[in-house]
Design a protein around this ligand. Structure first.
Ligand code: TTP
Ligand code: MG
Length: 388
């Protein structure tokens, strides 16, 4: 996308391990592995940069990591502390621009006026070190892709740029796997065609590439040329937050539909909490087998960001408006968004405390693995129930 804005990608270095080293001086300068116990089938969530010099990486079995680096100190993850640190980073970054999109527990894209990227990048770097004592790297460019690659190149603990005019000189010599979506399998196919570097990919004819890798290759070809049209999606600006799904086959079973609505409610709740907003209006959207579509809303006197309260409202709306099956589409929307309401002001549901704990675990998973994983897992379980 052509924009005057500069785009920054801020990503904390060895995030979990850095929080541990910050909070316990004895761990500083040492190889630290965070993850599951080596006796079981634990894997490394992350490791300090001291451990990376031994070849240890995220997702590696803990046993293998210890074989590479026997003197490493292994610690179990302490998610509460990592989440607290993530929240502090979030608050700090939000002071720099309202155009901000958080993409994981330790990563966010920011847009700032053109020409201000480098200065802002350095200010963020200093502010995070001074206020939170955590190492962070920042990539500065004109789009998300180049900012991300710029950040990877700058790591650890630095600010780096990768401008579009530097693409031939800096991006093109890198291996094809630098491009998001090109993993080892695609890289192998490309290698057989003599395509090794991003530059080789950038020069490859589009239609041949699509035949080799499928439709996604069109975007990957643009990426290889340094072009990325993705925009920054800042939820603060949103008037509403919604999630919906169109079923591949019409749904007959109301229990299944409710289970999907529960997942959608949880997705909306998560996004409200991420954006630090609460909603006073919840809307249920349904499309029937004959394509008739309805939207039905309920408005609270207060506002909520809780999964169970959103789902309770949706379930009630469904009871009153479910019509006749089958259903083709289901959606949940939250509107009447209000900023800075820290806690839900609606009374807690029965069993609310347990629900809140569950909610924070789900938030964690969503932070790390994205919405799709959880939604799919939820669907798999309910699919079983849906069987006649
Ligand atoms: P990343 O930002 O991918 O990794 P990192 O911050 O540890 O290291 P880098 O300097 O390369 O950015 O992920 C952020 C946190 O998410 C990481 O500290 C631990 C967690 N995580 C996992 O639990 N499993 C994984 O496979 C990965 C990649 C990360
Ligand atoms: Mg990181």
């Amino acid at each position: 996308m052509k924009t005057d804005k500069d785009i920054l990608l801020c990503d904390l270095d060895a995030f979990y391990a850095s929080v541990e080293q910050r909070d316990n001086p004895e761990l500083r300068g040492k190889p630290i592995l965070i993850g599951g116990a080596p006796e079981g089938r634990g894997v490394v969530s992350t490791c300090s940069y001291e451990a990376r010099t031994f070849g240890v990486r995220s997702a590696m079995p803990m046993k293998k990591a210890l074989a590479l680096c026997p003197e490493a100190i292994v610690l179990p993850p302490d998610m509460n502390r990592y989440l607290a640190a993530s929240g502090q980073v979030r608050e700090l970054l939000e002071r720099f621009t309202p155009e901000i999109e958080f993409v994981s527990i330790d990563e966010a894209y920011l847009a700032v006026p053109g020409g201000k990227g480098c200065k802002t990048g350095h200010q963020i770097h200093s502010a995070v070190i001074e206020n939170l004592s955590l190492p962070i790297s920042v990539g500065v460019s004109k789009n998300k892709l180049l900012a991300k690659i710029g950040c990877e190149r700058a790591k650890p603990n630095k600010v780096g740029t990768l401008w579009p005019e530097e693409v031939p000189q800096i991006l093109w010599p890198l291996p094809v796997t630098t491009i998001p979506g090109i993993g080892p399998a695609s890289a192998e196919k490309l290698k057989r065609q003599g395509v090794i570097t991003v530059g080789d990919l950038a020069a490859y004819p589009e239609e041949n590439l699509v035949r080799l890798l499928g439709q996604a290759a069109r975007t990957q070809l643009l990426y290889a040329r340094g072009i990325d049209n993705r925009v920054i999606v800042s939820e603060h600006e949103a008037k509403s937050i919604s999630e919906e799904t169109t079923f591949s086959e019409d749904v007959e079973n109301p229990e299944y539909l409710l289970a999907v609505l529960q997942e959608l409610s949880a997705g909306v709740g998560y996004r409200l909490r991420t954006a630090k907003v609460s909603a006073s209006t919840i809307t249920l959207k349904l499309r029937f087998g004959n394509f008739r579509t309805i939207s039905r809303s309920t408005t609270f006197t207060g506002a909520t960001d809780s999964d169970s309260q959103i789902y309770a409202a949706v379930k009630e709306l469904f009871k009153q408006n479910c019509g006749t099956s089958p259903w083709r589409l289901a959606g949940v929307q939250a509107s009447g968004l209000q900023r800075d309401i820290q806690l839900s002001i609606l009374p807690r549901m029965p069993g609310g405390e347990k629900e809140e704990q569950l909610q924070s675990v789900r938030d964690l998973l969503r932070n790390k693995y994205g919405t799709a994983t959880i939604f799919k897992a939820g669907k798999l379980i309910i699919k079983e129930k849906d069987r006649p």
